[in-house]
Write a protein that binds this ligand. Structure first.
Ligand SMILES: Nc1ncnc2c1ncn2[C@@H]1O[C@H](COP(=O)(O)OP(=O)(O)O)[C@@H](O)[C@H]1O
Ligand SMILES: [Mg+2]
Length: 184
């Protein structure tokens, strides 16, 4: 079951975030985890991350186009028991899946690279009864949540199928989650 949140196109052109509003990646990441292929990455998301998620958790997925942000989200969805299919929300900004253990709010805010994220009320998702997953979190601007798990994905320079992942918890809840998902 999936429903696209209704977001009017005019929101997409509003406002330009100044540099001072830009999201800065800070904090010390846990050690990088290496995944040889997509199946291994999805299995980690499904078996190590999804079972530990709680309502109100926010996961920010950072990485270039094709790094595997949507692919990782598919693993999370599978682990939450969502039947799918999970489609990239690039054009809808948010897709909601409500047939799993917890609601999944999958956001792709790439189209908000010139600002405007603040107008969408994403905080309601972050503080809601589900798990929020955000692709391109650098465009959140002032809508950055206080407590979030940052997952950074980097493509291997040689092997097209390999990825390197670092997980960083910001805030009390996310730090606990970061420890748990990197030690399993
Ligand atoms: N280890 C891996 N993890 C994730 N995706 C991989 C991996 N190896 C290859 N891929 C491929 O890379 C692409 C990742 O795409 P996608 O998840 O849409 O990226 P993003 O959402 O970060 O732009 C997919 O075509 C996927 O099959
Ligand atoms: Mg994507």
């Amino acid at each position: 079951m999936c429903r696209d949140a209704i977001i009017e196109p005019e929101f997409l052109s509003k406002g330009v975030a100044g540099d001072d509003e830009r999201f800065l990646f800070a904090g010390l990441p846990n050690e990088a985890m290496d995944f040889a292929n997509e199946a291994a990455l999805q299995q980690w998301a499904k078996a190590a991350v999804a079972p530990r998620l709680q309502a109100g958790d926010v996961l920010l997925l950072d990485g270039d186009l094709g790094a595997g942000k949507t692919s990782l989200t598919k693993g999370l969805a599978a682990g939450l028991g969502i039947a799918g299919p999970i489609k990239s929300p690039t054009f809808t900004i948010v897709r909601e899946y409500t047939d799993g253990r917890l609601p999944l709010y999958h956001m792709d805010i790439y189209r908000l690279e010139n600002g405007g994220a603040e107008d969408l009320g994403l905080e309601e998702y972050f503080e809601g009864d589900g798990v929020s997953v955000v692709e391109w979190p650098e465009f959140l601007g002032l809508s950055m949540p206080e407590d979030y798990l940052l997952i950074q994905l980097v493509k291997d320079e040689v092997d097209d199928n390999a990825r390197h992942i670092t997980v960083t918890g910001h805030g009390t809840r996310a730090e606990t989650l970061a420890e748990a998902v990197t030690r399993s």
